[in-house]
Design a binder for this molecule. Structure first.
Ligand code: CU
Length: 464
């Protein structure tokens, strides 16, 4: 089809590949679903509206599959595997296959969910008639077209089945209600020619939920929304914070097992995504701990789950790779040595509060974690500083002022954005404001690191 792609990771000796439909382009098809705003005057993608907060407005919006408008697909009358990615910036969909678009509810055909973000479901396929797709989430399904030779099947969006608070659901009003109901993809099933070369696997090698292990550490991550009022705009965050490039929010020790409980304290559903690892969902609860049913969408190895308002989801993961000696490295290396966890809705995860442009980049629903191999010992590795340093002015000229309090000798280290140390000096104990001579440094962005009493803080400053 069109100009969009995914990376498929295969494993040697995978027993399911020998059974399931696995011939790329024939019975193994990626489906990347996106919604795009088009500028009708230029017939091009309106990039200014890709991240637009409002979902239902007059701007022409198109649903794309694999980068194609009004897509269709020829398939054989056989079991066919679809590798489904919701590549939309904000929208979720409820996917169903139907034989009759004028009567979609009664003509739905069952299909089989068999893999999730990171691998196969435990034990066996699950027979379903609908599947929730949310930004960044991947699912593998098999649809058996054996009985539908020479006919048309449609992949449709049943947005009315999405739960309240999900962007794309009918219930979210202008916050994101979905103008693109109905047809996503026309599937043209051909005439019988060949015997099927793929089947629905009778069993799956996916490992079950890791409930025989016990966690070394438990954490809570809160999806939050700040209060609004007056001129203050409410912003989504994580643990009431916005993303800070210079901050490692969480340090995990290498080769330990952690349980993370993701609490959604907001009124919107957020696809929570973590880098580096795959996790297993252990339980789903209301915020007060009342158990809730375990949905199929949380089965198998995952790295992205839609967490609904008023619910908390606990997952278990082993952090078994890419440990580094220190949980914090030199400035400028932080970004390459850290991993993210964030909401996968683009307009929630990215950005910063910019008073002159309140429509873009308000949020920053993202935090960073590092995996520490345990070889470096220091005190208070991930403790917050008691006294936060204030650096000013920014931009700075010849002198930079540091306002803080240190009862012992502390260190100021200035690096460029590549991490090269430009200047390092010791400061005697002080309380209040002390000055740092930066007149010999060139113009540009610098990272100012202040190490005091075993803690360190980093801020970016522009020299001009
Ligand atoms: Cu979000």
């Amino acid at each position: 089809m069109g100009l969009a792609g995914i990376i498929i990771v295969r494993e040697n000796g995978d027993p399911v590949e020998a059974v399931a439909p696995s011939t790329y382009g024939w019975d193994d098809i990626p489906l990347i679903i996106q919604d795009i705003y088009f500028d009708s005057a230029t017939a091009s993608i309106d990039t200014g509206k890709v991240g637009q907060a409002t979902g239902n407005n007059a701007t022409p919006r198109q649903l794309l599959v694999n980068g194609t408008i009004q897509p269709f697909l020829d398939v054989p009358p056989q079991p066919v595997r679809f590798r489904i990615l919701d590549g939309s910036t904000r929208m979720s969909y409820m996917l169903g296959f139907v034989t009759d678009t004028t009567n979609p509810q009664v003509s739905r055909i069952p299909y089989y969910l068999f893999s999730s973000d990171g691998g196969y479901l435990p034990d066996s396929v699950r027979k379903i008639t609908s599947l929730e797709a949310s930004p960044g989430v991947r699912n593998g399904v098999i649809v058996d077209f054996s009985n539908y030779a020479n006919s048309e099947i449609y992949l449709m969006n049943f947005s009315d089945e999405l739960r309240q608070g999900v962007i794309g659901s009918d219930s979210t009003g202008n916050h994101g209600s979905n103008p693109i109901k109905n047809k996503i993809l026309q599937i043209r099933v051909g005439a019988s020619q060949l015997p099927p070369i793929g089947a629905i696997p009778s069993s799956l090698p996916g490992i079950p939920v890791a409930d025989t292990l016990s966690p070394d550490t438990t954490r809570t991550v809160r999806l939050t929304k700040s209060p609004s009022g007056g001129t203050t705009t409410a912003v989504f965050g994580i643990d009431d914070n916005q993303y800070d490039y210079n901050k490692i929010n969480t340090v995990v020790k290498l080769n330990t097992i952690e349980d993370w409980t993701i609490r959604n304290e907001t009124n919107a559903a957020h696809p929570f995504h973590i880098h580096l690892i795959q996790f297993y969902v252990m339980k789903v609860e209301k915020l007060d701990g009342t158990p809730l049913p375990f949905p199929d969408k949380y089965l198998g190895p995952k790295d992205n789950i839609l967490v609904h308002p008023g619910e908390q989801v606990t997952f278990r993961a082993r952090f078994n790779s890419y440990g580094r000696p220190k949980p914090f490295d030199t400035p400028g290396q932080i970004d390459s040595a850290a991993y993210m966890y964030h909401c996968h809705i683009l307009t929630h995860e990215d950005g910063y509060y910019h008073p002159s442009d309140k429509t873009l980049g308000q949020f920053g629903m993202m935090q960073q974690f590092a995996v520490w191999d345990g070889t470096y010992t220091a005190t208070a590795l991930d403790e917050p500083m008691a006294d936060e340093m204030v650096l000013f002015p920014n931009p700075a000229g010849d002198l930079l002022y540091l306002n803080a309090e240190a009862s012992r000798v502390s260190t100021v280290r200035i690096s460029d954005i590549q991490g090269r140390i430009l200047k390092e000096q010791l400061l005697p104990p002080f309380a209040g404001t002390t000055s740092i001579d930066v007149s010999e440094l060139g113009k540009g962005m610098i990272l100012v690191e202040w190490i005091s009493n075993g803690n360190r803080q980093v801020k970016k400053i522009l020299l001009e």
